[in-house]
Each structure stands twice: as C-alpha cells, then as structure tokens.
Design a binder for this molecule. Structure first.
Ligand code: SAM
Ligand code: SF4
Length: 351
C-alpha cells in the first residue's frame, strides 16, 4: 500500500534532540524500558467508561501499519526498551495479529504481552499468538453478572465467554493470566469479593483498577472512584491479604497474596489515590502513531509524520523518541483544580 506523504505534523512543539541518543531518559531521571503500543483503535465493545456508542474510528490510512509498528519497536529496543504490551482498542480485532507478534518477538524483547477483552479469540487463535511469541495475556472482566456485563460493555458477549478465554489462555501457556477489573462505585463495587474469589478459584492475578478520568463520555467524577484502600479493606474482611510488593518498582500494581495460602493474587492499580509516577518507565504510542509520554499527557508528538517522511532514517526516529521522552511530565495532575482530561479517551490512547 502506498501511503500519502504527510505535509503537516500534528505534533505539539518538540525541540530537536541535540547530541548522541544513548537511550530514552526523561528530564526527571526516569529511563524508559516499557512500551505500550496501541495496534488498533477499533473495538467490538463500547465499555461505558471507555468508548461511546457512536465512536468514529480512524481511517485505515491514519493507523500505523504493521511494518511501521515493527520499525518503531526495533528502534525503541535499540534504545533500551525491554518490554512491549500490545493494546488498543481491542488488539484481537487486528487482522494480522499473530504475524505482527511474530515480527515483534523476533526483535529480541524480554517480554511481549497483550491486554484484551477476551471476547474474540478462540483457543486456536490464542495458541497461534503464543507460538508466535506472545508471552502473557491480561484479560479485562469487570463483572460476573451477565446483565451487568452486557450493560457495561454494551455488547451481547457474556462473562462466561471471557471466563472461557481465561481458561484457554492458561491451557496454551499464556501465564500468569491477569484479569483487569475497573471498579466503579454504585456499578460493580458489590462484586469485589466475587472477583477476589475468582482469583482464588482460577489461580489468577486479579487486578482491581481505580476508575480513571479517561472516559470518552466525561462522566468520571471522584465520587465514582472506589479507592484501593477501600477495595483491600473489603477483601481483607473476607480473605485476609498480605502485601508482596510490586513485580518491579516500575510496575503499576501493588500485589497481595492470600494469608490462608490459597492460590491466586490480588493487585490494585491505584492511579488516582496512590500515584506511582516517580517510578514510571513507560512510553505510549497510539494507533495513529502519536507518542504519549504519559497516560494523562495532554501533549502528543507525531511520530507517524516522521515515519512517513521520504528517506526518514532510524536515527530520525530515535531522536524524535528521545525528544518526546524528555517532555515526559513528572506526574499526573488529576487532583489539581486546573486538571484537563486528555482529549483522547483510554481506547484511543491504549490503556
Ligand atoms: N480492549 C482491551 C481491554 O479492554 O482489555 C484493551 C484496551 S483497554 C483501553 C485497556 C484497559 O484499560 C482495560 O483493562 C480497561 O478496563 C481499562 N480502562 C479503560 N478505560 C478506563 C478508565 N476510564 N479507568 C480505568 N481503566 C480503564
Ligand atoms: Fe473496548 Fe477495551 Fe475500551 Fe472496552 S475497555 S471499549 S473492550 S477498548
């Protein structure tokens, strides 16, 4: 496919990076080791906290091609990125997913994982991705109640279908399987204990996520956030927990095991109440090739423009990434009175 040469960059101002590029270091002393890359903005769900029913997806020509994604990841790997997570939108609707995974894994990453809603892939699809190089899978499941799940995802998919994907992922060796649940007050917070039970029964890592102000419907407010402390208190009332720390200092989840020795673990991602920005090692690239140095960035840097310039070199890409990394903000500012939600919802950033 011939791509049009782009005449105008949509980038926020980005001063050129001077000097040799030795890695991706920001101006707050953090080094980038993790890349979250959105491989599509499309999705078969319309989760209430993420995507509006009348969402308009981007034109195909606006999305990075597989070759462009692989090129960016190769440059990032040379600059010290070790782990890549594929996300979206819904990455499993990407038409050439297994081939893309194979090309990415061949780069020599330490880890390649994916976050999915677990509603599209068969066991054979999961096995194909595993064989191509996918190491781990995170599956989102916010409710175990069919009527609530349907209302939340605005889909006809049942939680049972997602549970089957969790079992299939384990069978094909995509372990440890993590399950993400966004907890919203008055919506699914009465299922916290059931989700903890699921962690024990299925021997999975259950990640309970604080609802973040990244929803397309702009319905977020603090009163709907169930804090990590409250989630842990509720679980501990039934199943005492003890902390086992983070997987790495830069990992978003604080993890707990069950004191009674039951299998499975609980993790909480407390982006709202316990920001973990000072240890962040992540950079995000959107499906249309914008670099977002932070999930809450209101600035975007147009890497696609650089990629599609005739004769652009890997050094041009590396310089651009290094310059964008220098613009990584110290932390999110969602508690400031002047906080401005990014224009993009989570689905268009890549959660
Ligand atoms: N479609 C895939 C999925 O749902 O797992 C991957 C993309 S989704 C944007 C990635 C993760 O972001 C999901 O676990 C989803 O629940 C979470 N997410 C989306 N909007 C959110 C919000 N406003 N607050 C917290 N988490 C959110
Ligand atoms: Fe789709 Fe995931 Fe967003 Fe739900 S959270 S609408 S599954 S991208």
């Amino acid at each position: 496919m011939r791509l049009p040469v782009l005449q105008h960059s949509r980038s926020d101002p980005l001063p050129a990076f001077d000097g040799p590029v030795r890695g991706l270091r920001d101006s707050h002393g953090r080094t980038i080791r993790d890349l979250r890359i959105s491989i599509t903005d499309r999705c078969n769900f319309r989760c209430v906290y993420c995507m509006e029913p009348d969402v308009r997806f981007m034109r195909k020509v606006e999305l990075l091609t597989d070759a462009e994604i692989v090129r960016v990841v190769r440059v990032c790997h040379a600059l010290g990125v070790r782990r890549v997570r594929l996300t979206g939108g819904e990455p499993s609707v990407h038409p050439t997913l297994a081939a893309l995974i194979g090309d990415l894994w061949a780069i020599g990453l330490d880890d390649l994982s994916m976050t999915t809603n677990g509603s599209v892939m068969s066991e054979a699809d999961l096995a194909e991705c595993r064989n191509a190089g996918l190491q781990r899978l995170t599956i989102s499941l916010d409710s175990l109640r069919p009527d609530r799940f349907a209302a939340l995802t605005r889909s006809a998919t049942s939680p049972q279908r997602v549970l089957e994907s969790i079992s299939a992922a384990k069978r094909v060796g995509l372990e440890p399987v993590r399950v993400n649940a966004v907890i919203m007050r008055g919506f699914n917070d009465d299922e916290i204990i059931d989700l903890a039970k699921l962690a024990r029964e299925l021997e999975i890592d259950m990640r309970l996520i604080e609802y973040m102000p990244l929803d397309s419907g702009r319905r977020w407010d603090l009163s709907k956030v169930v804090t990590a402390d409250e989630m842990l208190e509720r679980i501990t009332g039934m199943f005492p927990l003890e902390p086992i720390g983070r997987e790495r200092t830069s990992s978003p989840a604080t993890r707990y095991r069950f004191v009674d020795g039951a299998p499975g673990r609980i993790g909480v991602i407390a982006s709202v109440t316990r920001a973990f920005c000072s240890a962040c090692s992540r950079l995000r690239i959107t499906a249309d090739g914008m670099v977002m140095p932070c999930l809450f960035s209101t600035n975007e840097y147009d890497l696609r423009f650089v990629l599609r310039q005739p004769g652009s070199t890997d050094d041009d890409i590396a310089r651009f990434l290094a310059a964008a990394t220098l613009r990584k903000q110290a932390g999110h500012t969602m508690h400031d009175e002047h906080y401005r939600q990014p224009d993009r919802p989570m689905s268009a950033i890549g959660g």
